[in-house]
Design a protein around this ligand. Sequence first.
Ligand SMILES: Cc1ncc(COP(=O)(O)O)c(C=O)c1O
Length: 376
Amino acid sequence: MNVALKPFPLVDLKAQYQGIKPEVDAAIQRVMESQQFILGPEVESLETEIAAYSQAKFGIACASGSDALLLALMALEVGPGDEIITTPFTFVATGGAIARLRARPVFVDIDSDTYNIDPLKIQAAINAKTKAIIPVHLFGMAADMDAIMRIADAKGIAVIEDAAQAIGAQYAGKRVGSIGLCGCFSFFPSKNLGGAGDGGMLTTNDSALADKLRVLRTHGSRTKYDYELLGMNSRLDALQAAILRVKLKHLDSWSEGRRRKADRYSHLFKNYELGDMVKLPTLHPKCDHIYNQYVVRVAKRNALKAHLQNNGVPSEIYYPSPLHLERAFRYLGYKPGDLPESEAASKEVLAIPIFPEMTDDKQNLVVESIAAFYSR
Ligand SMILES: Cc1ncc(COP(=O)(O)O)c(C=O)c1O
């Protein structure tokens, strides 16, 4: 490693905390004084604020983004015999929620430019068993929701948005989580809006669905010891809610900061003649981007990753294997070559550091290190 350089992380949460420390510390203190730790007023306020932020009528907090997906499917009474269409190029939780309910994930290949599910390929995957479609707004940019909603509405199929990586992102002027039947968000610490631990949220405009989700997340009960449904324990802590409420006030400026870094990456990369070696993220014409990840598509990806590591530059692969080829989903019977765009992307994508507090020096170093690799 180049010893002159201090290694830095893909996202610097310590720098973020330093910027908001007094506000966060006061929020934690407030909850400690209240001694109200699970659900309660802090969580209710966060639900209202996230719903408003996402342009949806209702917010239902839960323990994680993974649980949000599970709860959405449980509310739709998804089970054995049902099929759910989704993308294989996502975090395992998307497919896992479907499989845990013993329904069948039906993986549809991605668009090679946006990495999101390709709406043109959805129609052929629909049959009488199809109960829902879960598009994932990958890396912080919405899937092609007009096309997806047109197909789903024509067939009466529910759309659950996996918005775990995309809070605040817009599609045709609408915020994610307000377009389909419901939206599922994650507050995993490295998300644009991240807690101090796990946390999640569902958004919806459907009051009956909101009511059912609230019952499902508290063991299926509305009042103590009266269980009307088989639910689960998936509640958000007041400490998380209080911290997230502080951070939500900064979210737009942080996402704007990420967009500025992304623009700067584009300018910096243009200064080098890297040709086809490095493909920058593609912005869909109806979308903006919150850049939860800045993902480039590169030649000789694994060698580049090793080279960057030697230069003190962090990078990550999201995702090294599409879900249809993961061991846990082998029982579905997919084989290599079935979903070629996802398989090609998983061999070529690389996430490079992006966070609002990132200095120009560090960004220059990332781009210079990449350019140096290809000029060897
Ligand atoms: C696309 C996607 N879906 C679901 C999840 C699950 O969220 P959580 O980690 O909060 O359970 C994540 C989290 O990384 C994600 O990126």
